[in-house]
Structure formats: C-alpha cells, structure tokens
Design a binder for this molecule. Structure first.
Ligand SMILES: Nc1ncnc2c1ncn2[C@@H]1O[C@H](COP(=O)(O)OP(=O)(O)OP(=O)(O)O)[C@@H](O)[C@H]1O
Ligand SMILES: [Mg+2]
Length: 463
C-alpha cells in the first residue's frame, strides 16, 4: 500500500486530508512543518509527499521541496498551493515537483493527480526487486549431452516470439531456463515480469494478472495495473501454471489469442503484446484429462515444449555441479575450503535425487558445514543422504506421540491440531521460508498455502 506524507501547517486541513486519503486506501503520515517532513522522509518509507507551499514559521514549501529532493532525488512531491501563490507553484516544477494543485482541491482531484506517480514508483520498486533477483541467480552449470541439448533448445526458442512451456520435476532448474530464454531474446531490454500462480489464492491471481479498477472488489481501493499490462512489450513468466484456475486460464487464452484484456471491474479493452513463458512440474496432459487444465491453452502455451531433465538422468554433470556449489558456498561464507573426494561424489551419483539440483545444493552445503575433516569421504555422504521413507517411520511416530489423546475432541480435530503444530514448527525452523518448508514437508506449494489458510497460520509480524 502506498504511503503518502501530507505536509501542512494548518492542523485541521492536515487531519481532514489524511482521513480522506485513508478512506481511499492509502497509508498516510502527517507533518505540520518542513522540518518535520524532512525527518519523517529520512526515517520512513514514503511514496509521495503532498506539500503545502505557504507555511509561515520554519522553512517554507519551496525550501522543503529543495531539501527533500536532495535527500531523496526520486521522491514524488506534489505541491498544494493557494490561488495567490500560483506563480511560485509553477516554478516548483523546475525544482522537481511532479505537479501542483490549487487549494481547495477535491479528494478526487488529488487521487487523480497522484495515482500515476504512485504507479510509477510501484513499477520502479518492482524493477529493483527483479534486478536484485537476477543478480543473485545461479548460472546454468553442466556439460552433459542433456544439458547441451537444453542449451541449444533455449537459444533456438529465444530468437523467436513463440510461447514456451517448460516442464520438469521440482528443483530441476525451470526458472533458470526461463530466465535464460528471456535474457537471450529480443525482449531482454525490458524486465522479465514474473508471477507464481501457486503462491496466490485463486481470487488474487486474476487481479495480479489483469489488474483492477478502483472498487472492483472489497479492498480494491485504488486502480492497479496487472502483470500483463506491466509486461507489455516484454515477457511474462507464469510459474506453476498448472495451479491456475480454469477461469483465469480462459482469460489468459484470450490475451494469447487476441492480445486483449480488461482490468477487473473495467470496461475498457486494453491491447498488449506479451510473450508468455510458462513452467510447471505437473503433468498437464493428465490435468487436461481430469478437467483441471484447458486443452486449447495447453496447445497455445506449448508451441515449443522444453522438458528439463531430472538430475538422475544426467549424473555426468554431478561432479561439476558439486564443485560449483562448493565454490559458491566457500565464497559466500569465507570458510576454509574442503575437498569432496571423488569416491564421495560417486556415492552422490548413485542417489535418486527426488529434489534434483535444489536438493543437491542443500546436501553439498550441509556436507561442508557438518563434516569436520578437510576431505569429505563416502561415509560422510552416506550419513547425510536422506534415509528411504520406510526407515524414517519411527520419527513420524514420535511426532504423533507428543500429541496426546484429548477426551472430548474428535480424531479429526486432534489430527488437525497435530498437523497445524507440525507446520508451525517446520516454518519456524525455516524462518518462514515457505518454499523450503513446503519442500521439506514434501507437499506441493499450492496445497501448502491452502493448509496455512485452513489452520489460520500467519507469519509473525517480527519476522
Ligand atoms: N544447471 C544448473 N546449474 C546451477 N544451478 C542450478 C541449475 N539448475 C538449477 N540450479 C539451482 O537449483 C535451484 C532450483 O532451481 P529452480 O528454482 O530453477 O528450479 P525449478 O525447476 O523452478 O523448481 P520448482 O519446480 O521447485 O519451482 C536454484 O537455486 C537454481 O539456481
Ligand atoms: Mg520454480
């Protein structure tokens, strides 16, 4: 939610404007002097400042504007000016004010004036986050025949504008493949916009994808652009597309076929040019048979299907991957390097890697942390690799023994309670990293989110 700082020396005007903007769905901060405004901007996140020009006593609006711009050059400042100050207001545009409004301005005028700037700052924040993500991404390691084929498939599709469907088990590197396709494509000058369809409840997916008008649903207090609009001229990554609702699928199909969409609650038809790169670890053909995925959308998306092979089918790459993750770990953690003996790598090559490269990365890191001697041997690997399911049964039993029988409660209630506790513990152990927790509990992320909702488990504020 956007935060607006209102600066005015008239306390009543300040209070009324803050209330009105709150009703419009903004967070507000108030300051009754330029000095106070500067302090607030230095210590809090502010998306836009509504600044009165005439403030007797202390520094005036123009001076405040100049200092604010020095403090935060990108900050959006909209001036509020009395009719007689209009000339000064016009001059503030040269000092970097985005706009000026003459007082008294109606709340509609104000919202209309500030919303485009807030939209811009939302987008630039999103871009920053994306750049950060891309910067920390792994490069694709591996020279096996399968990887070479994958690379040539990537460069082939990258040069076209066709839809791509990337399939593969958990942790095989689908997201890396999607990134590589975008980076090598002609659209790479614009940011690759992403949406994880499993991470959001069904109702929110549509508004994320298509945007919404103000008042489209409860809580839609301001207009928002959807990912399709934001990705216009670029590409959109629809991750875990197998989890998308049939209703959203129908709308996505329309965008793919006609380049058309409407925001939720809107009547205006927008035209966009977006390349779709989708990924899933589900078998979409089976989803189609079961009536959960539209066949026509499947055909549109999978003009070029790319199947990322599981790690167990390319164990030739394992030594190189182990080396890569070990080097990265040593670099990030400044620990004395350890050597993983080739015989230990052979043991790793025998394992079936259900969690693929993500699991390998975790195992390598755990070996480097937990093994004390300088050379890691086969027995160390055997000790650390997960035990097959049947052998781990006693641990599960112990977990349930802690949850004693409680008279008066149904079995279902007690099981639910135990399940909710297990989930809470696992989340705590992973510092609320949902992705990792879901993986550890071997539960699909979409399903995991449903459980969080069912048990009303919420992230603590202090995390
Ligand atoms: N070829 C590779 N070389 C180096 N690192 C890789 C490679 N493939 C995947 N990784 C790393 O493994 C992890 C999992 O990759 P990614 O998130 O792309 O998998 P995914 O297929 O999208 O998994 P999921 O289905 O669970 O979303 C990431 O940390 C990624 O950087
Ligand atoms: Mg993924």
């Amino acid at each position: 939610m956007a935060t607006i700082l209102i600066v005015d020396d008239e306390k009543n005007a300040l209070k009324m404007l803050a209330q009105a903007l709150k009703l419009e769905g903004y967070d507000t901060l108030t300051a009754s002097s330029g000095e106070e405004a500067l302090q607030l901007c230095a210590s809090k996140t502010v998306d836009l400042v509504l600044l009165d020009i005439l403030m007797p006593g202390g520094i005036n609006g123009v001076e405040t504007l100049t200092r604010l711009r020095q403090l935060k050059p990108q900050l959006n400042v909209v001036m509020m000016s009395a009719q007689k100050e209009i000339e000064t207001a016009v001059r503030t545009m040269e000092l970097g004010a985005r706009r000026y409004l003459t007082k008294p301005a109606s709340i509609n005028e104000i919202v209309h004036a500030i919303e485009p700037f807030l939209e811009l700052s939302r987008l630039s924040k999103e871009n920053e986050a994306l750049k950060e993500q891309i910067g920390t991404r792994d490069e694709m390691v591996g020279e096996s025949v399968a990887m070479q084929q994958l690379r040539s498939q990537i460069s082939l599709v990258a040069s076209s504008d066709l839809g791509v469907l990337i399939t593969g088990e958990n942790g095989t590197g689908k997201e890396l493949v999607a990134d590589a396709i975008h980076q090598q494509s002609q659209r790479s000058r614009k940011p690759f916009i992403r949406l994880n369809c499993a991470a959001l409840p069904e109702e929110l997916i549509e508004s994320e994808l298509f945007g919404h008008e103000r008042g489209a649903f409860t809580g839609a207090t301001v207009r928002r652009q959807g990912k399709f609009e934001i990705a216009d001229g670029s590409a959109l990554f629809l991750d875990e597309i197998g989890d998308m609702s049939l209703k959203a699928q129908a709308k996505v199909l329309r965008v793919l076929e006609y380049g058309e969409l409407e925001r939720l609650g809107g009547t205006q038809t927008l035209h966009v040019d977006v390349r779709i790169i989708a990924a899933t670890n589900k078998n979409l053909e089976r989803e189609i048979e079961d009536g959960r995925f539209r066949q026509d959308l499947y055909y549109r998306l999978s003009v070029v299907p790319i199947a990322v092979p599981p790690l167990r089918d390319r164990t030739d790459d394992l030594p190189m991957l182990v080396k890569h993750f070990a080097e990265r770990f040593h670099k990030d953690n400044a620990r004395a390097p350890k050597v993983i003996d080739p015989s230990a790598i052979q043991v790793l090559q025998l394992y079936h890697w259900p969690g693929n490269i993500r699991e390998l990365k975790n195992i390598v890191e755990r070996l480097l942390i937990m093994v004390n001697q300088d050379v890691i041997l086969p027995t160390d690997v055997e000790n650390i690799l997960p035990i097959p399911q049947s052998a781990s049964q006693p641990a599960t039993a112990a977990v349930f023994q802690e949850n004693r029988f409680q008279a008066g409660k149904s079995l279902l209630e007690m099981v639910d309670e135990a399940e909710a506790n297990l989930i809470r513990n696992a989340l705590d152990a992973n510092r609320w990293n949902i992705k990792r927790t879901a993986e550890q509990l071997k539960i699909e992320r979409s399903n995991f989110y449903k459980k969080l909702e069912k048990f009303n488990i919420k992230r603590p504020d202090d995390l």
